[in-house]
Design a protein around this ligand. Structure first.
Ligand code: F6R
Length: 603
């Protein structure tokens, strides 16, 4: 969490570059923001509680500056106040930081004993004071940073300015993302390339325990021993407007409507990869077990993958929350494949689980959206989803891209193992081909979801029910609603409700369900009738036309009949739109829900 940016430029526009960059980084946290820049031979700091808009009100854009750093915060240590906002300054050093300094309390005590007085509750101010303390001893920033790296435990991406060197930014990294962007007459540091895409798409990635020295016309890289290292320059294929909101009211809506395109691109890329890399496919088909490890929505994509891989590719799959998996006994051996699913490729728990697995020499596959992210670079094989930049905090198009990727894996492995009949293969391939059109047809009915939203928005509890694959999909539907509409919801396997939770069902608890499996549908409908008998209004997503005559159902959403390989996507679209429209009626902050951030880089 937290986004950082820095620029050293000859064009004097540092302040507007910082503010513009912070807007693109807000998905990483948005409870306070700040900038520090060189002005009148000193460092001026401006900070504000709240989003970047509030900071902008305080900044005089006519001020010329050649160098500055900025930060948008997701609070970890200390409340979201202006005082705790970054940048922090101690003595000659000013810094912004993304990450967590784990030993900050011990360091703080040591520094307090030396007379240091702290103004904020943050771990970042301690890191800043430590840098200043070392600088006072060494009078040399390279030596200061080397000592700092030895003393600090935890994760950090830091941009630092030293009062004695007003033309230089120092960038230091461990376990939090940081890149250095380059162009003529100006160089940048940023948490993410999107923050600087309007200036350059050329960049270098900083690796753990490396640091960089940046001026307007030079970028130098060093390892932790202070030895200069050469880095490979990279070029991002994204363009500056690939992350724009276009004509949509919210990024989330735009991203929902982009799914015909993003899924088409993902299907084409993954199909091509699995067709051309036959040795990869044979290897994937040979594992005796798969552990899918992820967090949140990405874990929910894993649940869909489990159903498809077990049912069609005959591989037992366990789906695990990364925050649990990393600390438990996992009975791993090289016959087990671990798949890490992650949009950002930098989620702290997923990354830590990956590190744990790699230490045991277990094969790993990443399904990742962000190119060159930490997870993408650390796994043995990576499959990139083609969702493009996802800005709304609530994941939609990245989730469906993860699901389709797992679906294609299950299909390809099943084919490789001769588990599918020719006619089945033809039907499935046709479904993949038609999927973008099928989604477009669902997206054309936005009014249906607006109507449902007007019935739902005033409720304080909503239940999501399903069996089998439907249960996996409902878990994501429930999370989406909670995340952006702040309505409490619970997801249950339809058959489990009567073992206790049905005591909560009344006419005030609407039920949203899907029934898309001809073998289980009758059972699900019986469970739904049990809730209808207690007064609950029922909203049912189904591809079974015969269910649409049942008077106990309040509203149907009828899907076309397809194979299981694309069905999960079709169920997801109504769930996304129900959550979006409900949050819209309630007037919620849809793209930036309270307390959340898109990229969860803390444990
Ligand atoms: C919810 C959401 C989160 C993420 C989770 C993992 O809409 O987006 O639950 O899925 O934080 O993030 P990634 O996929 O970046 O590892």
């Amino acid at each position: 969490m937290c986004g950082i940016i820095g620029v050293a430029t000859k064009n004097k526009q540092a302040i507007s570059i910082l503010l513009e960059g912070l807007e693109h980084l807000q998905y990483r946290g948005y409870d306070s923001a700040g900038i520090a820049f060189i002005h009148n031979n000193g460092i001026q700091i401006i900070k504000s509680q709240g989003q970047i808009e509030a900071l902008k009100q305080k900044v005089d854009l006519t001020i010329n500056s050649n160098l500055g750093i900025g930060h948008t915060r997701w609070a970890t240590h200390g409340r979201a106040t202006t005082n705790n906002a970054h940048p922090h300054q101690c003595g000659k050093i000013t810094i912004v930081h993304n990450g967590i300094i784990e030993n900050y309390l011990t360091l703080k005590e040591e520094l307090q004993q030396k007379g240091c007085v702290f103004q904020s509750d943050t771990d970042t101010e301690v890191a800043c004071a430590l840098l200043d303390d070392y600088y006072a001893q060494y009078q040399d920033m390279k030596q200061t940073i080397r000592q700092f790296m030895k003393a600090i435990q935890g994760s950090y991406a830091i941009a630092a300015i030293c009062m004695d060197e007003p033309n230089t930014i120092y960038a230091i990294k461990k376990d939090s993302p940081l890149l250095i962007g380059t162009s003529s007459n100006q160089n940048f540091i940023a948490s993410d390339i999107q923050a600087i895409l309007m200036h350059t798409n050329h960049y270098y990635l900083l690796d753990d325990l490396e640091f960089a020295i940046i001026t307007a016309d030079s970028t130098l890289f060093y390892n932790q021993d202070g030895i200069e290292i050469m880095k490979e320059e990279k070029e991002a294929s994204l363009s500056a407007n690939s992350a724009s909101k276009a004509c949509y009211e919210h990024y989330m809506l735009k991203e929902i409507y982009e799914q015909p395109t993003t899924l088409k691109a993902t299907i084409e890329t993954v199909t091509k990869l699995l067709k051309t890399n036959t040795s990869l496919l044979s290897r994937l088909a040979s594992y005796k077990r798969i552990d899918i490890v992820a967090c949140g929505t990405a874990m929910h994509a894993g649940l869909v993958g489990k159903y498809l891989l077990e049912t069609y590719a005959h591989i037992p799959v366990s789906v695990e929350l990364a925050s649990e998996y990393r600390y438990k006994q996992n009975f791993l051996d090289p016959q087990v494949l671990v798949i890490i699913v992650s949009q950002s490729g930098e989620t702290a728990d997923s990354l830590a689980a990956l590190k744990m697995v790699k230490e045991k020499h277990i094969p790993t596959l990443g399904i990742v959206n962000v190119v060159d992210s930490c997870i993408a670079r650390s796994v043995d094989y990576v499959i990139y989803t083609q969702a493009g930049p996802e800005i709304a905090v609530a994941s939609t198009k990245a989730y469906t891209a993860q699901v389709i990727c797992l679906s294609l894996l299950a299909f390809s492995i099943a084919k490789q193992k001769n588990l599918l009949a020719e006619t089945q293969i033809e039907m499935i391939e046709k479904d993949f081909e038609q999927l973008p059109e099928l989604i477009s047809a669902l997206l054309a009915n936005r009014d249906d979801y607006k109507q449902i939203a007007t019935n739902l928005y005033s409720h304080s509890d909503i239940f999501y029910l399903g069996r089998g694959l439907d249960y996996a999909l409902m878990q994501e539907g429930s999370l989406k609603l909670k995340e952006i509409s702040y309505i409490h919801s619970e997801c249950y396997p339809a058959g489990e409700l009567k073992h206790g939770t049905i005591s909560l069902i009344t006419e005030k608890t609407p039920v949203i369900a899907s029934a898309t499996n001809s073998i289980l549908d009758d059972k699900t409908i019986s469970n739904l009738k049990e809730t209808a008998a207690r007064g609950a209004p029922i909203y049912l997503i189904t591809n079974n036309v015969s269910l649409s005559n049942d008077p106990s159902i309040t509203k149907y959403i009828l899907l076309p009949s397809t194979t299981d390989f694309v069905l999960p996507i079709l169920v997801s679209i109504p769930l996304q739109l129900i959550a979006y429209e409900t949050a819209l009626v309630k007037g919620c902050s849809i793209d930036k829900p309270r307390n959340l951030a898109k990229s969860v880089t803390v444990e």
